[in-house]
Design a protein around this ligand. Structure first.
Ligand code: F6P
Length: 542
C-alpha cells in the first residue's frame, strides 16, 4: 500500500489548499448560484448536502484522484469479499455479512457464513418473541419486565444508542438498562428500582474476558442469587452474547442461552450481530430486521455508487481534506434529534478506536495526521454550550449536522423550530456576518468586532425523511464506511485496537497493590503513580 504522502495527488492537494485559502464559502456561494443543489448526493434514504464545505470542483476531483491513488475501490471490494484486511489480527472485517440477505453468499476461508448469521438471528428472534410475549419466565415464574445489558465499548455503545434511538418503536412494557462502567455506582443506580424476579441480564462481551463486564456480571449474579435464594436462578435470569463459548460456560450460562458471533465482527461494528440482542428485545425482531435492511441499503450504495455520488466516500474524503490539508484536529457531530443523543459517544468509539493510529499497515510510523477527535451533542442543546467556539473561536471544527424532515412527535411548531435552528446554524457558520453588516444593523462601533462572525466554517448536512429503524441503520452504516474510507486513505488498520491494551495491563498490575495489607512493592512504578497509590491506600475505606 503506497504511503499517501508519496502520491502525486497528495502534493497537488497541498498546493491546491494554499491556492484556495483566500476563497471563502461566501465567495463560493456567490460565484456558483446552483452550488446548494449541485453539491449534494443521495443514498439509502439520506441526502447529504456538502455544499457548505471549503471545496471547489477542482478540490473534489483531486480528492477523487487521491482515493483512486490509494486503491480505495480495491479495498472496498476486499472488505466485502471477506479478505483478511485486519492484518494485525489476521482477520476479515465482515460486518457487512451481518446484514446480508438470507440468500446471499459471503465466504470466509471458502465457507459461506450467511447461513450461520441467519441461524443466530433466527434464534435471537425466537428468544425475543418468547421474552416479549411473556413466555420466558424468571425463576419464580414471573415474566421478564426488565432487561439489563452488561457490556462495554462495542458491546454497550451500539445497543445503548440504538435502544435510545429507536425507543419510539419499543415495547414500553419492557425496561431496558445498560450497565457498562466498573464503577459500582452504575450497577447500583441502574438496578435500584428493579425487581430481580423480573430482571434478565444479557452479558455481552465478544471476548468474555473484559474486566468491567465480567465484574458487573459477577455482581449481577450475586444480586440475583441473593434475592432469589438459589444458584439455579441463574439459568432463567442470564443470557450471554459472545464469541467465546467456553468462557460463557465457565460463567455458568447454558449454551442454549448463549448467542454467538464471530471473530470477523469487530466490537465497534457489532450492533447487527447478537450484540444487538437487548435492542431486539426492546424493539422486536421485525424492527431489528428493518434496521438491518437500512444497513444493507447503505452497504449496497457504498459498494455500487460512483465515488462522486457515494455518501461514505464523500464524507471520508471531506474529513481527510480538513485533517490533512487544512489542519483541523476535531470534528463535531450534531444530531438535531433527541433520540440520537448518544450518537456522538457511539461515533467516538467507532472513529477514534478505528483510526486513532500512528503506524501504517506495514508498521512504519505515519507522518500524516490520522483520525480526528470526534465529539458532539444534540442540537439545539449544543447551541447553548459550545457553538460560541464553533462560530467565533480560533479553531476550525468541521461539523456534521443530522436531521429529519418529519418528527416522530409532531407537536405544535416544535419541529419547524428545531429544523430552522439546524439550517440557521449551518448558514451562519458558512457565511458569518461581516463587520459592515454588523454596522448596518446599528451596532455601536466598539462592539463591531465582538459581534462579527468570520464564517467560512464548514458543515455537512445529512437529512432523512424520518427516524425509522431503516434510516437509523443506514446512518450507522454510513459512518462505518466513512471510517473505513478514511482508514484506507491513511493506510492504517481500522479494525484493530492495540492502543487499549497497555492501560489494561497496568491496571491488572496495580490492583493488588491497592488492597494488600502490607506496604506493597511499588518500585516498578514511576514516582507519581507510587505517590498516588500510597495516598489512595491511606485514604481508602478499610
Ligand atoms: O476497549 C477495547 C475493547 O476491546 C473494544 O474494542 C470492545 O468493543 C470493548 O473492549 C469490549 O470488548 P468485549 O466485547 O470483548 O467485552
Amino acid at each position: 500500500m503506497p504511503r499517501p504522502t508519496d502520491s502525486s495527488s497528495w502534493k497537488r492537494l497541498e498546493q491546491h489548499a494554499a491556492a484556495l485559502a483566500p476563497h471563502t464559502l461566501r465567495d463560493l456561494f456567490a460565484r456558483e448560484p446552483d452550488r446548494g443543489e449541485r453539491l449534494a448526493a443521495e443514498g439509502a434514504g439520506w441526502r447529504l448536502d456538502y455544499s457548505k464545505n471549503r471545496v471547489t470542483d477542482e478540490t473534489l476531483s483531486l480528492l477523487f484522484e487521491f482515493a483512486t491513488d490509494a486503491g480505495l475501490r480495491g479495498r472496498i471490494d476486499a472488505m466485502f469479499d471477506g479478505e483478511r484486511i485486519n492484518t494485525t489480527e489476521n482477520r476479515a472485517a465482515l460486518h457487512v455479512a451481518l446484514r446480508a440477505d438470507r440468500d446471499a453468499c459471503i465466504e470466509v476461508d471458502g465457507v459461506d457464513i450467511v447461513p450461520e448469521v441467519h441461524t443466530v438471528l433466527d434464534r435471537m428472534a425466537s428468544f425475543a418473541g418468547c421474552v416479549r410475549g411473556g413466555n420466558w419466565l424468571g425463576h419464580t415464574g414471573r415474566p421478564i419486565r426488565n432487561v439489563v445489558n452488561l457490556g462495554i465499548g462495542g458491546s454497550d455503545l451500539g445497543p445503548a444508542l440504538a435502544t435510545d434511538a429507536l425507543r419510539a418503536y419499543a415495547d414500553r412494557n419492557l425496561t431496558l438498562r445498560f450497565i457498562s462502567n466498573i464503577d459500582a455506582t452504575d450497577f447500583t443506580e441502574k438496578t435500584l428500582d428493579l425487581d430481580p424476579a423480573e430482571t434478565l441480564f444479557v452479558v455481552c462481551s465478544k471476548t468474555f474476558t473484559t474486566q468491567e463486564t465480567l465484574t458487573n456480571a459477577h455482581t449481577a449474579r450475586r444480586w440475583i442469587v441473593e434475592a432469589l435464594g438459589t444458584d439455579a436462578a441463574v439459568a432463567r435470569h442470564f443470557v450471554a452474547v459472545s464469541t467465546h463459548a467456553e468462557a460463557v460456560a465457565r460463567f455458568g450460562i447454558d449454551a442454549q442461552n448463549s448467542f454467538g458471533f464471530w471473530d470477523w465482527v469487530g466490537g465497534r461494528y457489532s450492533i447487527g450481530s447478537a450484540v444487538g440482542l437487548s435492542l431486539m428485545l426492546s424493539i422486536g425482531p421485525e424492527h431489528f430486521g428493518e434496521m438491518l435492511s437500512g444497513f444493507r441499503a447503505m452497504d449496497g450504495h457504498f459498494r455500487e455508487a460512483p465515488f462522486e455520488r457515494n455518501l461514505p466516500v464523500l464524507l471520508g474524503l471531506l474529513g481527510v481534506w480538513y485533517a490533512n490539508f487544512l489542519g483541523t484536529e476535531s470534528t463535531a457531530v450534531i444530531p438535531y434529534d433527541q433520540y440520537l443523543a448518544r450518537l456522538p459517544a457511539y461515533l467516538q468509539q467507532l472513529d477514534m478506536e478505528s483510526n486513532g493510529k500512528s503506524v501504517a499497515l506495514d508498521g512504519t510510523p505515519v507522518d500524516w495526521t490520522t483520525g480526528p477527535i470526534v465529539w458532539g451533542e444534540p442540537g439545539t442543546n449544543g447551541q447553548h454550550a459550545f457553538f460560541q467556539l464553533l462560530h467565533q473561536g480560533t479553531r476550525l471544527v468541521p461539523c456534521d449536522f443530522i436531521g429529519f424532515c418529519q418528527s416522530l412527535h409532531p407537536t405544535g411548531d416544535h419541529h419547524d423550530l428545531l429544523m430552522s435552528n439546524l439550517f440557521a446554524q449551518t448558514e451562519a457558520l458558512a457565511l458569518g456576518r461581516t463587520p459592515d453588516e454588523v454596522r448596518a444593523d446599528g451596532v455601536a462601533e466598539e462592539l463591531v468586532t465582538h459581534r462579527s462572525f468570520p464564517g467560512n466554517r464548514p458543515t455537512n448536512t445529512l437529512l432523512a425523511d424520518r427516524l425509522t429503524p431503516e434510516s437509523f441503520g443506514a446512518l450507522l452504516a454510513l459512518y462505518e464506511h466513512k471510517v473505513f474510507v478514511q482508514g484506507t486513505l491513511w493506510n492504517v488498520d481500522s479494525f484493530d485496537q492495540w492502543g487499549v491494551e497497555l492501560g489494561k495491563t497496568l491496571a491488572r498490575r496495580i490492583t493488588p497493590a491497592l488492597s494488600c495489607a502490607e506496604e506493597p512493592e511499588l518500585a516498578s512504578h514511576d514516582s507519581s503513580t507510587r505517590a498516588l497509590i500510597r495516598h489512595y491506600r491511606r485514604r481508602k475505606l478499610p
